[in-house]
Ligand binder design. Structure first.
Ligand code: UD1
Ligand code: UDP
Length: 367
C-alpha cells in the first residue's frame, strides 16, 4: 500500500510542545511518510523544545523578526510555504491550535487543495477580540479544516453547533498531557530550589498580545503589592523573549529580591517548576491545560478563557486584568486554606496522555 504523506507544520513554543509527541508517534508508523516544517515564528523558544524532544525539522522557513507583526508573520508564511507544499505534495497538513502560523499554514494548504487536520480544534471564547488574534485564528481554521481533533466533548459541541460535520470531529484529549507525561519527575532538582528554600513558590508567566501595555502593568503591580505583604513567598517569572514584555517586567519589578526574572525555561524544567509551585499566575493558554493535571491552582489573568473545563474542575479561576481584583484573589489564595484546598485537586479534563496515539489511529483509518 502506498504510504500517505503527512506534513506537520508549527512555529511557536506551545505548538512545538504539543506537536512533538504527535510527530514522534507519526514517525514511528510505517504507513506514513512524515515531514516536519517549522515556520520559525519563534526562534530560541522553538529551538529549546525541538532539542528536548529530539525532533529535527526537514524544513525551516526562518521567518522570525524582532519587530514582527501579524502582517509580516502571515504574509511571509504564505509566500515561503507555497513552494514547499508544492514540492512535498502532502495528503494532509497538520496544524495546531490558534497561532498565526496555524492560520497562515491552513490558508496556504486550503489554497492548494490540500487537506487540513486541526489538532486542538473547537476551543472558543466567542469574543473575536479576546484572545487576539487567536480566537479569530481558531474560528478561521475550523472553516478550512477536514479533520478536527477536539480535546474535549465541549470543544466537539462547539464545532457541531457551528455546523461542522460530526464525521470530521474526533475527541482525542490534548497532546499537552502527552508531553507532560514525559517531563515530570519526582526526583527533579534545580539550583534555584535552594533560593526558594522553605518559601512558597509562585510561578508567573504573562505574554498575551492584548495584555501588553496597561493590563500587564496592572498584573505586575498587583503581584508586587502581594510580595511586599507576604514574606513567605518567592516568585519565578521566566520571561517571554518579546522585548516589549521584558521592558514592562523590568520596570515594575526592579530592585525586588523575592522575584527572579529569568530566561524561558526548557520545557522539562518548566513543568517541574510548575509541579513544585504553590500556585500559578498566568495569561498562558497551555498552562491552563497542564495545571489541572498537576492539581495546581491557577489565577488566570485574562478576561476570557477558551478552557472552561479547567474552571469547571475548580483548578482555574478567571481573575481578569484589574490590579485590585488580582491583588485580592492572590492574597485570598495565599491565606485561605479552604479556598486553596478546593482549587488544588488534580483532575484530567484534557485526557490521559494518549492523544497522539489516538490521532495517528484516526488518520490510519480515515485518511
Ligand atoms: C505567539 C502567538 C500566541 C502564543 C505565543 C506563545 C500569534 C499571533 N501569537 O505570540 O498565540 O500564545 O506565541 O508564546 O501567533 N521572540 C524572540 N525569540 C523567540 C520568540 C519570540 O526573540 O524565540 C520575540 C521576537 O522579538 C518576536 C516577539 O518575541 O518579534 C513576538 O513573537 P510573536 O510570535 O509575534 O508573538 P508571541 O507573543 O510570541
Ligand atoms: N513553557 C516552557 N517554558 C517557559 C514557560 C512556558 O516550556 O519558560 C511551556 C508551558 O509549560 C506550556 C507552554 O510553554 O506548555 C505555554 O506556552 P505560552 O504560554 O508561551 O503560550 P500559550 O500556551 O499561551 O499559547
Amino acid at each position: 500500500m502506498k504510504k500517505k504523506k503527512v506534513m506537520v507544520v508549527f512555529g511557536t513554543r506551545p505548538e512545538a510542545i504539543k506537536m512533538c509527541p504527535l510527530v514522534k508517534e507519526l514517525k514511528k508508523n510505517i504507513n506514513f511518510e512524515t515531514t516536519v516544517c517549522v515556520t520559525g515564528q519563534h526562534k530560541e523558544m522553538l529551538e529549546q523544545v525541538l532539542k528536548v524532544f529530539d525532533v529535527t525539522p526537514e524544513y525551516d522557513l526562518q521567518i522570525m523578526r524582532h519587530d514582527q507583526t501579524l502582517f509580516s508573520i502571515t504574509t511571509s508564511i504564505l509566500t515561503k510555504l507555497k513552494p514547499i507544499l508544492e514540492e512535498v505534495a502532502p495528503d494532509i497538513v497538520l496544524v495546531h491550535g490558534d497561532t498565526s502560523t496555524t492560520f497562515a499554514t491552513s490558508l496556504a494548504a486550503f489554497y492548494l487543495g490540500i487537506k487540513v487536520g486541526h489538532v486542538e480544534a473547537g476551543l472558543r471564547t466567542y469574543n473575536i477580540r479576546s484572545p487576539f488574534p487567536e480566537e479569530f485564528n481558531r474560528q478561521a481554521v475550523s472553516i478550512m479544516s477536514d479533520f478536527n481533533f477536539a480535546p474535549t466533548e465541549n470543544a466537539k459541541l462547539n464545532l457541531i453547533n457551528e455546523g461542522k460535520a460530526s464525521q470530521s470531529i474526533f475527541v482525542t484529549g490534548n497532546t499537552a498531557i502527552d508531553a507532560l507525561k514525559t517531563t515530570i519527575s519526582t526526583s527533579y532538582y534545580h539550583e534555584l530550589f535552594d533560593w526558594i528554600g522553605d518559601d512558597r513558590l509562585i510561578m508567573l508567566t504573562a505574554h498575551r498580545r492584548e495584555n501588553q501595555g496597561s493590563s500587564m502593568e496592572n498584573m505586575f503591580r498587583a503581584i508586587k503589592r502581594v510580595l511586599k505583604e507576604q514574606s513567605d513567598i518567592k516568585v519565578i517569572y521566566p520571561i517571554h523573549k518579546n522585548p516589549q514584555i521584558r521592558k514592562i517586567a523590568n520596570e515594575v519589578f526592579q530592585n525586588d529580591d523575592r522575584i527572579k526574572l529569568i530566561e524561558p525555561l526548557e520545557v522539562i524544567d518548566f513543568h517541574n517548576f510548575l509541579n513544585k509551585s504553590y500556585l500559578i499566575l498566568t495569561d498562558s493558554g497551555g498552562i491552563q491545560e497542564e495545571a489541572p493535571s498537576l492539581g495546581k491552582p491557577v489565577l488566570v489573568m485574562r478576561d476570557t478563557t477558551e478552557r472552561p473545563e479547567g474552571v469547571a474542575a475548580g483548578t482555574l479561576k478567571l481573575v481578569g486584568t484589574n490590579e485590585e481584583i488580582i491583588y485580592q484573589n492572590f492574597i485570598k489564595l495565599l491565606s485561605d486554606d479552604n479556598e486553596y484546598e478546593k482549587m488544588s485537586k488534580a483532575s484530567n479534563p484534557y485526557g490521559d496522555g494518549e492523544s497522539s496515539k489516538k490521532i495517528v489511529e484516526i488518520l490510519e483509518r480515515n485518511l
